[in-house]
Design a binder for this molecule. Structure first.
Ligand code: AP5
Ligand code: MG
Length: 192
């Protein structure tokens, strides 16, 4: 079982992925987290991408593509991945399909978490005080939201065509959303 979860900043991708991986013994692959780790470790890649992330723009498709291939290629994670924040544009969506095919896998479920910009602003503001993420200012959060809006429509169409897309109301409580997602996962035939 491989799952894609996407939605605007603060939609709850990380929160829900975290609950699902524990419940269904999956592995969370957050491209945002992987990129922040590079910045924390001050790697060459980290130095290259920090200004892009802190402006709320997307890192290049090739960079994130290489990062996720490492996980898809790893037998330990075979058919156990939840992609948190990938794909973010059509190019990434088609590349993910290519990569999964290469390693004999596929996507079983795509979850879109929908939330309003008002909710996003409140959640980011709240998290800012807890996690101190460099891109969690009100201004950059709005820019991240715009980046999402500018890129996501063709991704939605892409997954709608393959009948994999389920839209989840991200305004509900964390538990309600988790229950809904768990039901969707359990509804997939042959899930392990
Ligand atoms: P990324 O780390 O993915 O950030 P994001 O998309 O902006 O999303 P967040 O992590 O802010 O929000 P979330 O949806 O995970 O919400 P969370 O669960 O934390 O990406 C960061 C950057 O990396 C991008 O801007 C880009 O530059 C780069 N990047 C990443 N992937 C890339 C890619 N594929 N290609 C190119 N560039 C890429 O929840 C937020 C807060 O709300 C938390 O405090 C949580 O406790 C709370 N909360 C969650 N759910 C609820 C709820 N139901 N009710 C009340 N509160 C809730
Ligand atoms: Mg996140």
């Amino acid at each position: 079982m491989n799952i894609v979860i996407f939605g605007p900043p603060g939609a709850g991708k990380g929160t829900q992925s975290n609950l699902i991986v524990k419940k269904f013994n999956l592995h969370q692959l957050s491209t945002g987290e992987l990129l922040r780790k590079e910045i924390r470790n001050n790697t060459k890649l980290g130095q290259k991408i920090s200004s892009i992330i802190n402006l709320g723009n997307l890192v290049s498709d090739n960079i994130v593509g290489d990062l996720i291939e490492n996980y898809i290629a790893n037998k330990i994670f075979k058919n156990r991945l939840i992609f948190d924040g990938y794909p973010r544009n059509l190019k990434q969506a088609t590349y993910l399909d290519i990569l999964l095919k290469k390693y004999n896998q596929k996507i079983d479920l795509v979850l879109k978490l929908s939330v309003s910009l008002e909710t996003i602003k409140n959640r980011i503001l709240e998290r800012k005080s807890l996690e101190k993420r460099a891109d969690d200012s009100q201004e950059i959060a709005i820019r991240r939201y715009e980046t999402y809006e500018n890129n996501i429509k063709p991704v939605i169409e892409f997954y709608n065509q393959s009948n994999l897309l389920k839209v989840v109301n991200g305004e509900a409580t964390i538990t309600e959303i988790n229950d809904e997602i768990s039901g969707l996962i359990e509804g997939i035939k042959g899930w392990l």
